[in-house]
Ligand binder design. Structure first.
Ligand SMILES: NC(=O)c1ccc[n+]([C@@H]2O[C@H](COP(=O)([O-])OP(=O)(O)OC[C@H]3O[C@@H](n4cnc5c(N)ncnc54)[C@H](OP(=O)(O)O)[C@@H]3O)[C@@H](O)[C@H]2O)c1
Length: 369
């Protein structure tokens, strides 16, 4: 199974599987309680992922009010795989409403959060520690200094960001490079055929600055499995979007057309819609890993076959076309069509040929010219 082929995460030496395991639904408390799983229900999902060779596991302090980390800590200890797995968790969301320093990205909360996560996960280090969401106010310099201190203290091995504007990640990485601090190696963002917003800025930023993107909700929370159908006020079907969908996002004609294209591509390949959708995400430019969520071991098992086939260029083009959102405003000026019209008229100027590898520069101040 292709899960035992590991790739480097961003510009780092950390080897990770291209499908990682999302555990937002491990536990039955808090925000994600509606579709949460008990430890006994989570165990077969976790075990199946390990059996397939997967090593990259995602959680957050806030998932199921801390239960996700607690269950994961128990399952990792039980399976005796702490050193083998790449354990990722996140901080930002408040763990004590009303307490101003129990959330956000300030140094006080970051350190409190890492200590609490280590306790729940029953470990003395995190492989990857992510800022969960930009809090709009903490200076980026404070965050990067604290990541660096946590790395030096041995509490975390690598630092990363999730759900931040691309300018923020670029500023964070540039600051770390300029001051020889621990860099950001990963960026966790929503990405799927149904949500391609990050293609506007984040993907190029990640490729340029060495941040491997991990894609969350790669199946759009289950929409891309094809198990839902349009209904009066949203969608209907069995699954976690079935109820939320009624009051949740408005599913548009474009979404249903995309689903029809996905169904026909999957049919031609003889794979499930979920497998085709996951293959597309995991093999898009800049994507290090797709974070797969599953409600059962059998769902996960089916999805883990997503990298066992190649998506031919013609079928990828059909999916690209069906899911594309035409760039608006200033982003129109960065398209190949606009550039060959006004920036490079009459000449072909483009990317370097495949195989060309520019030297990686170390932007420590003493090395810059
Ligand atoms: N950084 C962030 O802000 C952020 C936000 C969200 C998620 N995440 C991470 O990303 C992970 C994955 O997110 P996600 O759960 O939204 O991912 P997803 O892969 O888009 O959706 C997973 C859900 O789709 C349904 N599904 C999956 N495979 C299926 C199959 N073969 N047949 C039928 N239904 C299937 C299941 O839900 P049902 O069975 O209930 O339908 C499953 O829970 C999370 O666990 C978390 O680690 C991060």
């Amino acid at each position: 199974m292709s899960l035992d082929h590991y790739y480097l995460l961003g510009r780092s030496g950390l080897r990770v599987s291209r499908l990682s395991l999302g555990t937002m639904n491990f536990g039955t408390g808090g925000f994600h309680a509606a579709y949460g799983k008990t430890e006994d229900e989570a165990r077969p999902i976790f075990r199946r992922y390990l059996e397939a060779g997967g090593n990259f596991i995602d959680t957050a302090d806030f998932y199921t009010a801390g239960e996700s980390e607690t269950i994961l800590g128990n399952l990792v200890a039980e399976a005796k795989v702490r050193d083998k797995v790449v354990l990722t968790t996140k901080f930002t969301n408040s763990v004590a409403p009303g307490d101003p320093n129990a959330g956000g990205n300030g140094r006080k909360h970051m350190i409190r959060a890492v200590e609490a996560s280590l306790r729940r996960l029953r470990t003395d280090y995190l492989d990857l520690f992510l800022l969960h969401t930009w809090d709009r106010i903490t200076p980026v310099e404070e965050v990067m200094r604290t990541f660096d201190d946590l790395t030096t203290a041995g509490k975390i091995r690598y630092a990363g960001l999730s759900d931040v504007p691309s300018w923020y990640a670029a500023r964070a990485q540039t600051y770390a490079e300029a001051h020889a601090l621990a860099p950001v190696v990963s960026l966790q963002l929503p990405y799927s055929l149904i949500d391609r917003t990050i293609e506007q800025e984040h993907v190029t930023m990640g490729q340029t600055l060495g941040l491997g993107i991990t894609a969350w909700s790669p199946l759009g929370g289950g929409f891309l499995t094809g198990k839902y159908r349009p209904a009066d006020r949203g969608l209907a079907g069995e699954g976690r979007l079935g109820d939320a969908g009624q009051a949740g996002p408005a599913w548009t004609d474009r979404d249903w057309r995309l689903l029809a294209a996905l169904e026909s591509v999957a049919g031609e390949l003889g794979v499930t819609m979920a497998q085709a959708a996951l293959n597309w995400v995991a093999t898009q430019p800049g994507i290090a890993s797709a974070i797969v969520g599953a409600s059962s071991a059998s769902q996960l098992d089916a999805n883990l076959g997503a990298l066992d086939f190649e998506l031919p260029a013609e079928l990828r083009a059909r999916l690209d076309e069906a899911g594309t959102v035409p760039p608006a405003s200033v982003y129109r000026m960065f398209t190949p069509g606009y550039q060959s019209w006004l920036v490079n008229p009459g000449v072909k100027v483009g990317d370097k040929p495949a195989g060309y590898a520019p030297p990686v520069r170390n932007w420590a101040p003493e090395n810059s010219d």
